[in-house]
Design a binder for this molecule. Structure first.
Ligand code: HEC
Length: 137
């Protein structure tokens, strides 16, 4: 701006290039301020709350099963079904320790996907790496 006004005083033409650059800079700043953060994990907004609730429920089942497993039983059938349930709801087994089998195969929903917002949109489910989706169920 200083250079522009100085040139004007000396009778020269206004520095069009500087003006142009200044306008572009202002435009870019405005655009950056208006731009919402990128949706990196591609999960529909409506599904987020539901996913949280499902994850809480899975953790609750896992904790409950762990507690039950503390009391020893000699019954072979019970031992095996408890072990299966523990593995099935264990998110520690996934790459990022955030997703159990039941996230896509919930017993309460017939061992299919429990998140209706995902069933209605992507139909596929995000994996442990949340940018990658499974095949369709
Ligand atoms: C990200 C979601 C997802 C997770 C997590 C997941 N699955 Fe699956 N699973 C699927 C999909 C989708 C199919 C169907 C694939 C197809 O038919 O092409 C499937 C298919 C299956 C099948 C075959 C079912 C059939 O009727 O043919 C079994 C068994 C299975 N999964 C077990 C598991 C187990 C055990 C785990 C955990 C170790 C697991 N899945 C984790 C999405 C998932």
């Amino acid at each position: 701006m200083y250079r522009i006004s100085r040139r004007r005083k000396r009778g020269g033409r206004p520095n069009v290039k500087s003006l142009w650059l200044a306008c572009m800079a202002v435009l870019m700043l405005v655009a950056a301020a208006m731009d919402s953060p990128p949706d990196r994990d591609r999960i529909p907004t409506a599904a987020r709350e539901e996913i949280k609730a499902v994850e809480l429920e899975i953790d609750r089942i896992e904790d409950e099963t762990l507690n039950r497993a503390q009391s020893s039983t000699l019954d072979r059938f019970q031992q095996i079904t408890r072990l299966g349930k523990l593995i099935f709801h264990d998110r520690e087994l996934s790459v990022n320790r955030n997703e159990s089998c039941s996230f896509c195969h919930m017993p309460e929903t017939g061992f299919t996907g429990p998140v209706s917002a995902l069933n209605q949109t992507t139909s596929a489910y995000p994996g442990s790496v949340r940018t990658r989706f499974s095949g369709r169920s």
